[in-house]
Design a protein around this ligand. Structure first.
Ligand code: PHE
Length: 342
C-alpha cells in the first residue's frame, strides 16, 4: 500500500510541475485522464486494497482524481488564452464571407424612373397616409357617399371606425396638398393603394400608383397633353405614339384615358393589345371645379390637371411581365433579373 501512496505522491509532484506549453492540455489529458491514463490506472489498484483500508484509500484516490482534473482545467485555460493572445484561433488568410448584392424591386426601379422624369419638369414628390378618412379618399374628390363611381373603388374598411379605410388611390395626397392652400401646386404622389379585388394575373388587392397634379393660373388641356407626351417618350422611347380617349372620373372634367403604341407588336396588333395596336396606361383630366372648391381653391382663378397611373401596369409593359402576382411573390429568380438604370 505504501508503494501506491508513494506512487501517487510522485504523480502529484509531476502534475504540479507539468509545464504549460502549446499542446500541454491535450498531452496532459491523454497522459493522466485518458482511458489508458495514469489516474484510471491508479484507480484500478483499488481491487488490491484490503477491505478495511478501502474507505481510506477511496478518499485518497478520489482526491487525486480531482487534483488531476483541476490541473487539466487550469492548463486548458492557459493554452486557450495564449491562443487568443497570439491570434492563433483566427485565420486571417481565409476568404471573407460572401455578402451577395441585392437588387431593386422592379416596381421601385420604375417608380424611381417615373419620379425622375417628372422631377425634370419641376414636379415635387408628395406623400400621404395609406389609412385615410372618407373625406380625403372620396368625398373631397367629388365622390359623395352613394355615388356609383365608388363601386369601382371598393376597399377595406377599419371596423373600429367606419370613416377610415385603406386608400384606393394616391389622390388623397393631392387633396391634402390642395388643403394647405399654397399655390401653385406641381406634385407627383407615388405610393401603395388598396382595392377589394379578386387576385388574378391582372388585379391585386394592393398595387402602386403615381398620380400627378398641377394647379396654377391658366393651365390648359394642352399642358396636360404635352406633359404626358414628354413622360411617355422618356419612359418608353421617342417612337411611341399616344392617343387620348374620352373617359369619366368624378374629380376631372373633361376626363380622358391615355393609350400608347403597343410595345409588343409595335402597333401592328397582337393578343396583348387585343389587336388594336394600343394599350391603356393612365387616366387623366382637368381638375373638376368642385374638387378645387372642396379644397378652398378659387376655381375661377385657378385651373389644373391631374393624372394617375398604376406602376405595375407600366412595369409590365416595360419589361413584358405577364402576371401581376410575380411582383409580390418574393421569388428571387424573378426579382434578380432587374437592374436599376436610374
Ligand atoms: N385616381 C384615379 C384612379 O385611381 C386615377 C386618376 C387620377 C384619374 C387623376 C384622373 C386623374 O383610378
Amino acid at each position: 500500500m505504501d508503494d501506491l501512496l508513494h506512487q501517487i505522491d510522485s504523480y502529484k509532484k509531476e502534475i504540479t510541475e507539468f509545464s504549460a506549453d502549446k499542446d500541454a492540455a491535450e498531452t496532459f489529458r491523454i497522459k493522466y485522464l485518458g482511458t489508458k491514463g495514469l489516474v484510471k490506472n491508479v484507480m484500478g489498484e483499488m481491487k488490491n486494497v484490503p477491505n478495511e483500508k478501502k474507505r481510506e484509500f477511496g478518499q485518497v484516490l478520489n482526491e487525486f482524481k480531482i487534483f488531476a482534473e483541476n490541473k487539466y482545467e487550469e492548463l486548458k485555460q492557459t493554452t486557450d488564452n495564449a491562443q487568443l493572445a497570439t491570434g492563433n484561433s483566427i485565420d486571417l488568410t481565409l476568404p471573407g464571407d460572401d455578402l451577395p448584392l441585392g437588387s431593386r424591386h422592379p416596381i421601385n426601379i420604375v417608380k424611381n424612373k417615373i419620379i425622375s422624369i417628372f422631377q425634370r419638369l419641376g414636379f415635387a414628390v408628395a406623400e400621404g397616409p395609406e389609412i385615410e378618412d372618407d373625406w380625403h379618399n372620396f368625398t373631397a374628390l367629388n365622390l359623395p357617399e352613394d355615388h356609383p363611381a365608388r363601386d369601382m373603388q371598393d376597399t377595406f374598411y377599419i371596423s373600429q371606425n367606419p370613416d377610415w379605410m385603406l386608400r384606393t388611390h394616391t389622390s388623397n395626397v393631392q387633396v391634402r396638398e390642395m388643403e394647405k392652400g399654397v399655390l401653385p401646386i406641381r406634385i407627383i404622389c407615388p405610393g401603395r393603394v388598396y382595392r377589394n379585388e379578386t387576385i388574378s394575373a391582372r388585379a391585386h388587392c394592393f398595387f402602386h400608383q403615381v398620380e400627378g397634379l398641377y394647379i396654377a393660373e391658366n393651365v390648359s388641356f394642352a399642358d396636360l397633353k404635352q406633359t404626358l407626351y414628354f413622360f411617355v417618350q422618356e419612359m418608353f422611347g421617342a417612337n411611341i405614339k399616344v392617343r387620348f380617349r374620352p373617359s369619366y372620373f368624378p374629380f376631372t372634367e373633361p376626363s380622358a384615358e391615355m393609350d400608347i403604341t403597343c410595345l409588343i407588336c409595335g402597333g401592328e396588333g397582337c393578343s396583348v393589345c387585343k389587336h388594336t395596336g394600343w394599350v391603356e396606361i393612365l387616366g387623366c383630366g382637368m381638375a373638376h371645379p368642385n374638387l378645387l372648391e372642396n379644397c378652398k381653391i378659387d376655381s375661377n382663378k385657378y385651373s389644373g390637371f391631374a393624372f394617375g397611373m398604376g406602376i405595375e401596369r407600366i412595369t409590365m409593359l416595360k419589361y413584358q411581365v405577364k402576371d401581376l402576382r410575380l411582383f409580390s411573390e418574393n421569388d428571387l429568380r424573378f426579382l434578380k433579373q432587374f437592374t436599376s438604370t436610374v
